[in-house]
Ligand binder design. Structure first.
Ligand code: PEP
Ligand code: MG
Length: 325
C-alpha cells in the first residue's frame, strides 16, 4: 500500500480549502522505525512503550531502555517524537508484576494510576527517557489521565527526575514538553488550568470512545453499535478541540480511527489539525484529505446534526460518492 501512495510521500496533507493537516505515525516496535522515512510521517505522535516491558520476564533495565529510546530518536532524524509512559493494566498485563484480580480491568488499576501509586518503574522509565534525549528535545505524555491532579503529580515527578539528572551533572534535554492523553471523558471537563499547564494533549480515541459509549473496545458485539461518526461523539470531539484552542494547547488525535480516511476527514472538519496513525494509513488518509473541502464536509455534518441523525456516515458517504469516490 505504501508504494501505491509513494508519490504522495513528500506532499503535504493539504485540503482543497487550503488547510494542512499534520500526519504523524504511531509506533512501538523497533521494526516500525524504517516507516519513519517511508511513510512520509512528520514524526512519531505516539510511541507506545509497553512492548519492551511485555516481551520480557522482568522489568527491563534503565540502560537498555535508554539505548532503545535513543535509537527511536535517532531514526526520527530531527522530527518530533512523543513517548508515552508505560500504559499497562487493562488488556496489557505484565506477567512479573503482582496485581490483584479486578472485575473490570479497563476501569481498573492501569497506566498512570500504577505509575503514581508505585512510582519505581515510572521513575526509571523517565530517567531512561531523559538520558535518551541526550541533550536534544524530549516530549513525554502520560496515558489515561482522568483528572488534573494526576497530570500535575506525574509532571512533577518528571521535573524531579530532571532535577536529579542535573544534580548528577548529566546533560539535560534542550527542551521539554509534557502532555496528557485525553482518553477519559472526565478530562475533557477538567479546569481551564489543566489545559493551560499541559504542553499538548493527545486524544486517545480508542479508550475515549469506549468510555464515552460505555462499550468495551474488545467486545465486537457492543463496540459495533456505536459509530465513530456518531453525532454525539463528533460533537464531543469538537468541544475538546474548542477547549484546547481557547488555551492554545496543541491537540492531536492518536486512536485507530485517525487512520481511517473518512473518519480522519471528519475529525479535520471538527477542527483537529494533527492526526497520528499507523504508518500504512498515512498514504490513504493523505490521498483523501488532498481531495476534499473541509468547509463542505462541515456543512454536511452540520446538516446531519440539525436533522437529528445518529451518525453522519451516510451523508458523508453520499458526498464522497457524488465527488466520484
Ligand atoms: C487510545 O486509547 O486511543 C490509544 C491510542 O491508546 P491505546 O490504544 O494504546 O490504549
Ligand atoms: Mg488508550
Amino acid at each position: 500500500a505504501q508504494e501505491r501512495y509513494a508519490d504522495l510521500r513528500d506532499q503535504p496533507a493539504t485540503t482543497l480549502c487550503g488547510t494542512t493537516i499534520a500526519l504523524m505515525m504511531n509506533a512501538g516496535l523497533m521494526a516500525d522505525l524504517p516507516s519513519l522515512q517511508g511513510s512520509g510521517a512528520e514524526g512519531v505522535g505516539l510511541f507506545r512503550t509497553e512492548l519492551q516491558f511485555l516481551t520480557r520476564n522482568k522489568v527491563p533495565r534503565r540502560g537498555e531502555l535508554a539505548a532503545l529510546y535513543q535509537r527511536v530518536i535517532k531514526a526520527a532524524s530531527g522530527r518530533r517524537v512523543i513517548f508515552r509512559t508505560l500504559d499497562i493494566g487493562s488488556d496489557k498485563v505484565l506477567p512479573y508484576m503482582k496485581r490483584d484480580d479486578e472485575p473490570n480491568p479497563a476501569l481498573g488499576w492501569r497506566a498512570i494510576r500504577v505509575g503514581l501509586d508505585k512510582p519505581g518503574v515510572m521513575r526509571m522509565q523517565l530517567q531512561a527517557l531523559i538520558r535518551a534525549a541526550d541533550g536534544g528535545p524530549l516530549n513525554v505524555m502520560f496515558p489515561f489521565v482522568a483528572q488534573f491532579e494526576e497530570f500535575r503529580d506525574a509532571r512533577d515527578r518528571l521535573l524531579q527526575e530532571i532535577e536529579r539528572e542535573r544534580r548528577l551533572g548529566h546533560v539535560l534535554p534542550s527542551s521539554l514538553e509534557i502532555g496528557a492523553m485525553l482518553e477519559t471523558p472526565s478530562l475533557a471537563f477538567a479546569p481551564r488550568q489543566f489545559f493551560e499547564e499541559a504542553d499538548f494533549i493527545s486524544i486517545g480515541g480508542n479508550d475515549l470512545k469506549q468510555f464515552f459509549f460505555a462499550a468495551d473496545r474488545e467486545n465486537e458485539r457492543v463496540r459495533k453499535r456505536y459509530d465513530t461518526l456518531n453525532v454525539s461523539f463528533l460533537t464531543f470531539l469538537e468541544q475538546i478541540v474548542r477547549r484546547c484552542d481557547a488555551t492554545k494547547t496543541p491537540v492531536s488525535f492518536c486512536g485507530e480511527d485517525a487512520g481511517r480516511p473518512i473518519e480522519a476527514m471528519c475529525f479535520a472538519a471538527m477542527g483537529l489539525r494533527t492526526l497520528s496513525m499507523r504508518p500504512a494509513s498515512i498514504g490513504p488518509v493523505k490521498h483523501l484529505l488532498r481531495r476534499v473541502d473541509l468547509g463542505k464536509v462541515r456543512e454536511i455534518i452540520d446538516e446531519a446534526r440539525a436533522e437529528g441523525a445518529q451518525t453522519v456516515r451516510p451523508a458523508v458517504r453520499a458526498y464522497l460518492a457524488a465527488e466520484g469516490w
